[in-house]
Design a protein around this ligand. Structure first.
Ligand SMILES: [Ca+2]
Ligand SMILES: [Ca+2]
Length: 289
């Protein structure tokens, strides 16, 4: 076990490659493990094939439910079968499962791009495609307590390659997504993101930055300040020589799950312990902590 204490601004964590064996439906790859706000349902994606290669198969979203004693058998999400679905995330109110999918948005859609969808967890079967999508690829939707949506996209209008966008919500609809500024986005690739429910902490993956430990992707952190998001810095002792991506903090704010994948190998989910919890209850009422 690799364990070391690191302090990043006011954040500190122990990096120890712990793999949660429970969340495995038997595919060759697992990614994007995330939990509902009550911590009792886990969602993740699985697929076959090799990371970074053309033979990557379609991705299916799985879930497991904790019955008070143990985690149950993984089952495919009710909507996830015929298309490639990825990057699950449950909204802080527990009502919607957000994800990306290459399914057509209507009968005329022949563009195989990924878009953001959401599945209503309280009225089974209700599936909606979001208005924030573009003809390019969307990745990694994440929602705050106030309903603001963060996601990544390689659409026109950012600083280059993938960038992270934010769409605020007003009058029951999402406003036009805006790219975050150069403290987070860069000419290099920003591909997936997690933001704390209180919108105080942002963790994201970036590829190809000169300071990266590995070109295919490292994790960076930025903190909300009075002046906006602080200049992002890499989570140095967490980043590996493989792709490190899809950060997802447990709702208790104590464990960060993320995906690590060697090019030509298989993706798996590992976790680190966060020593000064973020996103926990005491933060939930404030946008300025
Ligand atoms: Ca799209
Ligand atoms: Ca970029």
């Amino acid at each position: 076990m690799r364990a070391c204490l690191i302090t990043v601004a006011t954040l500190s964590y122990t990096a120890s490659a712990t793999e949660p064996a429970t969340f495995d439906a038997g595919s060759e790859n697992r990614s994007g493990l995330t939990f509902a706000p009550d911590g009792k349902t886990a969602w993740w994606a699985e697929w076959d094939g090799k990371w970074g290669s053309q033979d990557r198969g379609a991705s299916t979203i799985y879930r497991s439910v904790f019955d008070g004693t143990a985690w149950g058998k993984p089952n495919p999400a009710p909507f996830s079968a015929d298309f490639s679905d990825d990057d699950p995330f449950v909204s802080p109110d527990g009502e919607w499962l957000y994800f990306v999918s290459d399914r057509p948005v209507d009968e005329f859609d022949d563009n195989p791009d990924a878009n953001i969808w959401r599945y209503n967890l309280k009225e089974d079967g209700r599936l909606e495609v979001l208005s924030v999508n573009s003809p390019m690829t969307e990745y990694s939707p994440v929602m705050t307590l106030t309903g603001t949506l963060y996601f990544a996209s390689d659409r026109e209008g950012g600083l280059g390659r993938g960038d992270i966008y934010v769409a605020e919500r007003a009058d029951g609809r999402f406003l036009e997504p805006k790219p975050l500024g150069p403290s987070v986005n860069s000419q290099y690739g920003e591909w997936n993101v997690w933001v704390s429910p209180s919108e105080s902490t942002l963790i994201f993956e970036s590829s190809s930055r000169p300071e990266n430990r590995s070109t295919p992707g490292d994790l960076y952190v930025s903190l909300r300040t009075a002046a906006g998001w602080s200049p992002a810095i890499p989570l140095q002792d967490l980043n590996s020589v493989d792709s490190d991506l899809l950060p997802r903090m447990h709702p208790d704010g104590k464990t960060l799950y993320y995906t690590t994948a060697p090019i030509g190998g298989h993706a798996r989910v590992i976790s680190v312990e966060w020593l000064n919890p973020i996103g926990a209850g005491k933060h939930l009422k404030s946008n300025t902590d």
